[in-house]
Design a protein around this ligand. Sequence first.
Ligand SMILES: [Zn+2]
Length: 281
Amino acid sequence: MENHQLELPLGLSDDTHAAPVSTASEALAPAPPLPCRAQAMTVPNEQNSAQKRADALHGALTADTGVDIRLRITNNTSTMMSLRYEQASGRAIVGLHHMFLDAPEPIRKALGTWIQRPRTKSAGKKLEAFIAERRHLIETKTSRRIVLRTKGQFVDLSTLYDEVNGAEFDGTIETPITWGRMPTRRLRRSIRFGSFTPDDNLIRIHPYLDQAFVPLYFIRYIVFHEMLHAHMGIEEGPTGRRRIHPPAFRRREEKYGDYERAIAWMNNEANLRRLLRAPRK
Ligand SMILES: [Zn+2]
């Protein structure tokens, strides 16, 4: 079922984030700037409960440390914990593997200590032991089920991915990327350029973008957009609702160097029509 999301604009699985979608309507309405249909999708219960646990963990860590924390929950395969402080705001940007959602009290306390004083040995030891115990929760799904294809006819996604990872994320993104499967039916009105699926921990880029006329900066921007989703993980909103493109996402995205021209290319109806005409065999 997985690949249906690439051929049916509305057939996404609920937890698939998605990507910029553009629609070429007969009425020639301008393509909307960066709509993600996923915003309108219902959030499944499981996600709600993960969200609640993320909120609870966030609340506990904030109370324990008195630090302004932004928490993202990851499904990383090797970096289970990450921490950096934003210079300007003093806010702690904390990334934690979802195994920590169920962490017992002593582990939460150790996390608090680590956030305040990352080099504290006793806390570090506790956290390492906890991670070792929960190794089985670290995903390897992707390698088992999905064959990754990064080399296209024109574009090698792994090159773009590595460039963006280095330039934008200090090389911290671990979510694999692949060209999506070629749709079996012709796309007519819309194309989802890319997607990030937390459950598979996978970024897919639409194979129609692998064409000579599609500028590299546009594909690179789509890759960046999806990597940013992987980077930000589950965003804890104040209302407990999961937000696909929260303001922080938008701000970060707008700072991306090629943002303006990528959006301009995407909003050019002629480009969209050409894409929808479907590519070479
Ligand atoms: Zn998106």
